[in-house]
Ligand binder design. Sequence first.
Ligand SMILES: Nc1ncnc2c1ncn2[C@@H]1O[C@H](COP(=O)(O)OP(=O)(O)O)[C@@H](O)[C@H]1O
Ligand SMILES: [Mg+2]
Length: 249
Amino acid sequence: MIVTLHSYKGGTGKTLLSVNLAMTFANLGKKVCLLDLDLRAPSLSSTFNNTTNCWINNYLNKSCKAENILSECTPQYIKDGHLFVGLANPSTEAIRDMSSKDRKWEMEALGRLLSLKEHLLTDMNFDYVVCDSSPGLQYSSINAIVIADVVLVVTSVDKSDVDGTQRMIRDLYDLYEKKTGIVVNKVPQTILSGRTHIKLDTHNLPIIDLIPCSCDVLQSGGEYLFAFEKKEHPITQSLSKIAMKIRQF
Ligand SMILES: Nc1ncnc2c1ncn2[C@@H]1O[C@H](COP(=O)(O)OP(=O)(O)O)[C@@H](O)[C@H]1O
Ligand SMILES: [Mg+2]
């Protein structure tokens, strides 16, 4: 199953949640692949090492094969499962290259991503592929939605984010007919305790979970694996709940 995390705006927590969702599945004994499809602002290379000579960029530019883009990154404390990561090239040159692609290239990239999906699910027998995507409505984000079986739309409670998310799911998500859920992240205590409310029209899409805003994440210097390594942490607990719901989708 391919799970893509998408959002209207940047900074909503897609990368943090993608990493920890992939780890949660791996910890359940699954074979998991995490792909950095945010080619304009790659983030996963600051958490995982690239042990191959290839990046996802090379695969999309047809200069390497699908089987060469994955690095095994299973942490020692995961006993049965496996985590493989496909990294995007974080160099300035690569980001410029990816930002300059035209529609024709993006259409071909979609074909390459669909072949990659087939390779990962059928030839390599991955149970879950988690895709961290670019925010917004550009072609590369749409490609990450099109290849998905399940999409999680991540929003914060900021008004501009909520407004944009509502517009995006109303205008766009109907078109793709994907199984879609909303995750509200960085939710303040006042909302979690019911003292204040958010007004979010989800256009009949389910809200999968509300994840608390946690200063611990910021105190750790934005270390993405932080939450998972603390089993009792509210973010870890939320991710277990989200993983369970995805399995029932
Ligand atoms: N629930 C949360 N509480 C506090 N900080 C968070 C939370 N989720 C994400 N963050 C922080 O917000 C910032 C943006 O998160 P990130 O995952 O990089 O967003 P995106 O990938 O959507 O741009 C990071 O510094 C991250 O550590
Ligand atoms: Mg990100």
